[in-house]
Design a protein around this ligand. Structure first.
Ligand code: ITT
Length: 182
């Protein structure tokens, strides 16, 4: 089975393509220019999937993800892309300088839409923000995030990311739901 994944982010596509293989699904990246709405991860991704379906008239999957830091009231959250482009991981490290609590999580809301039905699946991975940039794999906030139970950042140990990440959990759940209704 082939499915279109709507994303402009090649890293997200490459990760998700691996998870899809286990379910016999071949993913094809589709980069459609869609203006994202403001809202929760769920609002954003459902609106995006709907617009994408209207454009290509084929079932689509996509995800909206973000990095949520406890002591910053979940910032950058839904603004994760904008924030990393503006202040980078260096900026986040500065914002965290005087914070005692380092807890943070990645969230990924994966969505499937076939023109009439939606399927949604949320994945979360908890961990902590560190005060330096470590590692060269992955993307985004990976170099400053260590998942619970480990000592390396997602950017230092990509295998751990592929086994434990928010995206792994979200899409494994989504692909299960899709396979069950086939
Ligand atoms: P599309 O919307 O086109 O799919 P995007 O990069 O805007 O691409 P998201 O809105 O899902 O994707 O994610 C927003 C940002 O959150 C993203 O640009 C990264 O900076 C960060 N992010 C998301 N997933 C991440 C991950 O697995 N590791 C590190 N950072 C991540």
């Amino acid at each position: 089975m082939e499915l279109f994944m709507v994303t402009s982010n090649i890293h997200k596509f490459v990760e998700t393509r691996e998870f899809a293989k286990e379910y016999g699904i071949k993913l094809i990246q589709k980069n459609i220019d869609i203006q994202e709405i403001r809202g929760t991860l769920e609002d954003i991704i459902m609106a995006k999937a709907k617009k994408a379906y209207e454009e290509i008239k084929t079932p689509v999957i996509c995800d909206d993800s973000g990095f949520f830091i406890d002591s910053l009231n979940d910032f950058p959250g839904e603004f994760s892309r904008f924030v990393i482009e503006k202040i980078g991981n260096e900026g986040i490290i500065k914002l965290m300088e005087n914070k005692e609590s380092k807890g943070a999580e990645f969230r990924c809301m994966a969505c499937y839409f076939d023109g009439s039905n939606f399927k949604l699946s949320l994945g979360i991975v908890r961990g902590k923000v560190i005060d330096e940039i470590r590692g060269r794999f992955g993307f985004g906030y990976d170099p400053i995030f260590i998942p619970e139970g480990f000592t390396k950042t997602f950017a230092e140990d990509f295998e751990i990311k592929m086994k434990t990440s928010h995206r792994k959990k979200a899409f494994t759940g989504l692909f299960k739901k899709i396979s069950e209704t086939k």
